[in-house]
Design a protein around this ligand. Structure first.
Ligand code: 9Z3
Length: 352
């Protein structure tokens, strides 16, 4: 499949960028454990001829200091990823859920603190027991049964990440482990991934200061930079202003498509805030990386409408009609996810 993809002539540059990135930015401490867990999980399902999907979910952080106090974050609660994972499980996929630590998880998202406190669903029963309120019991039991089924059948592997570097190390590792699955592997990249980061060799060690001490620290970092030829990422804290200099994150989607998972099906998301550029940015991504599907969404309407952009087909909008939009944007329901993933769903309207 990769041989037919355009843009391969630029591969060596992308490969070099990948090599440099992973050579310069250390793997997370959990990588070996994650790798062993993923290997066992993939092997288990491969032997049963099952399809495996890697769902990425939640935002990546960009630490500003090596001993991190401050970091830049990417917006994502994990609703899209957690909801979609439930529907992939329902469709028979084994799911590797690579998620931002403490973001929403499949099944437990229904009772997350961001929408409601789980304690509100419970009351004290007789003899010191705890029971669910009558009105919530049926739904809770249904969620609990699905959750238990996924656990008992080893269908869901939860792997957390925090930083952009953790994310990329995990993504590469898991993609390469999934390679033997060939066309039975699917990548569903809903995580909100930072485009910029502070490389390890330019990161300041200690907490950035806002006082005179800061200037002294920066001078020190610049002096050592003169020896190594590298500028520290924080270049000035004059007049209490902080100027941070970020590098671009290498275009990992290119490496995923061409190098790490050439036979897998790859679905990426494109998040924008300006409606006038959403479709063109989604097309640009598809042209550039030549994968299978880009799902475009706007921050303000992401729960009600998305646009599917695929090679050789007209754009397909999936919209949840107004009267079906039941919860607020802060809710844990991903309504368009439900509409798109439920086969033959009557709640979605297309092409409007
Ligand atoms: C998305 O667009 C997701 O749909 C959301 C989901 C983050 C909006 P929530 O978690 O939100 O339900 O609150 N993800 C963005 C994917 C992304 O960052 N893509 C990058 C890009 O387009 C790399 S593939 O450049």
């Amino acid at each position: 499949m990769s041989a037919a993809r355009p843009g391969l002539e630029r591969q060596s540059t992308a490969e070099e960028a990948e090599h440099d990135y992973f050579a310069m930015n250390d793997p997370p401490r959990s990588l070996q454990t994650h790798s062993a867990q993923a290997k066992a999980f993939i092997g288990h399902h491969a032997s049963r001829d099952r399809r495996v999907v890697l769902v990425t979910s939640g935002g990546t952080t960009v630490p500003l200091e090596n001993q991190t106090v401050r970091f830049i974050d990417n917006f994502s609660a994990g609703t899209r990823g957690a909801t979609s994972a439930e529907y992939f499980l329902k469709a028979g996929y084994a799911v590797i859920f690579l998620h931002r630590q403490y973001s929403l998880l499949p099944y437990s998202r229904h009772y997350s603190h961001s929408t409601n406190c789980f304690l509100d669903f419970l009351r004290e029963g007789s003899h010191g027991s705890v029971v669910a309120h009558e009105e919530y019991r049926e739904e809770m039991l249904s969620v609990l049964r699905k959750y238990n089924w996924a656990k008992e059948n080893n269908m869901l592997l939860l792997l957390p990440f925090t930083t952009i570097t953790d994310y990329l190390w995990n993504l590469r590792e898991i993609a390469q482990l999934m390679r033997p699955l060939g066309s039975k592997s699917l990548f569903y990249l809903a995580a909100a991934v930072s485009d910029f980061f502070v490389p390890k060799d330019r990161m300041v060690e200690h907490k950035i200061q806002s006082s005179d001490a800061a200037e002294r620290n920066i001078r020190k970092a610049k002096d050592s930079g003169r020896e190594t030829g590298l500028e520290p990422s924080v270049t000035s804290v004059q007049s209490k202003r902080l100027v941070v200099d970020l590098d671009p994150v290498p275009k990992f989607l290119k490496r995923l498509v061409d190098g790490w998972a050439p036979e897998g099906m790859i679905v990426s998301f494109k998040l924008e805030t300006d409606p006038s550029i959403l479709a063109s940015k989604a097309h640009y991504s598809l042209d550039r990386y030549s994968h299978h599907l880009v799902i475009g969404n706007l921050l303000s309407t992401r729960k009600w409408e998305v646009v599917f952009v695929t090679p050789g087909s007209p754009d397909r909008w999936i919209r949840v009609p107004k009267h079906r939009r039941t919860k607020s944007l802060s809710g844990s329901e991903d309504q368009v996810g439900l509409a798109a993933l439920k086969s033959g769903n009557a709640e979605a309207t297309e092409g409007c």
